[in-house]
Design a protein around this ligand. Sequence first.
Ligand SMILES: [Zn+2]
Length: 135
Amino acid sequence: MAFRRHLRVGSDHASQSGVRWTMHEISFCEGIRTVIEDQAKTQSFDRVTTIRLEIGRFSCVEKSALDFAFDAVMKGSVAEGAALIMIDVPGRAMCYDCLQEVELNDRLAQCPDCGGEKLMPVSGDVMRIKNMEVE
Ligand SMILES: [Zn+2]
């Protein structure tokens, strides 16, 4: 019997700076595959039809590379052929000029409020599964 439902999976994969982007995307996808296969056993589903990933703006992910890596890594798994939907998550940084936490689309951007350049990223390198549709 086929059925559909949404799963929430809490798993954070922090980005590692200095890693070549190809390895970065492939190792991220391998992490996703491990999570999916664990979930397939414990939640007993046979196929993933759609997977939604949250990708932080500071995570340095190449979306085209991630798309490619996803297809390659999921071959032969329950997520083979699943639709991959990437959701942009803005980065957040603390501005030391106006002492506010602000949203940034780029790690090197200036403060949108005061134009200051002394910004300390506080979040935005998230890469995680938001949810998936399975049957
Ligand atoms: Zn500012």
